[in-house]
Design a protein around this ligand. Structure first.
Ligand SMILES: [Zn+2]
Length: 149
């Protein structure tokens, strides 16, 4: 995330900007709104993800699942240099997700990986979507400021 005052990159959990001391008003919280998650999944599928990956909403745990296509699984399972295929696929996904994070102003946090079968090493990847949220403390400050003005 960027400091709204000096625009320098600051750690996501910082309460103050380490460069200019500006009090940061946001923290990252997990998005649990299913409709919004569905919208993000659609945007990722249509605009960002390479053809070998698709994004599905894990409605039960309110997170996104990135699953490789049947073709990608086939390639990884039967091609000789399976490790190379897998690393290429993962790198392509990673690059796409970084671009999406910047453009959509969200943070995608990997929370779980699971293997599909013994025949392939391409995992299912589960990500939580983190969004910026105002700190409760600041909300109270704003409320009290409103009362006193
Ligand atoms: Zn700053």
């Amino acid at each position: 995330m960027r400091c709204p005052n000096c625009q320098k990159g600051v750690p996501e959990d910082a309460l103050f900007c380490p460069y200019c001391g500006f009090k940061l008003q946001f923290r990252l919280v997990k998005m649990s709104d299913l409709n919004k998650l569905r919208k993000i999944a659609t945007i990722l599928n249509t605009r960002f993800l390479p053809a070998e990956w698709k994004c599905i909403v894990d409605e039960k745990k309110k997170r996104l699942l990135f699953a490789p296509s049947a073709k990608a699984i086939f390639l990884a399972g039967f091609k000789r240099s399976r490790a190379a295929v897998v690393s290429t696929l993962i790198l392509a996904l990673d690059t796409a997700l970084k671009r999406a994070e910047e453009e959509l102003d969200i943070k995608l946090q990997l929370v779980e990986m699971s293997k599909i079968s013994y025949f392939t090493y391409i995992p299912y990847l589960y990500y939580e979507v983190l969004i910026k949220s105002k700190l409760a403390k600041n909300k109270n400050e704003q409320n009290s400021a409103r009362i006193f003005t």
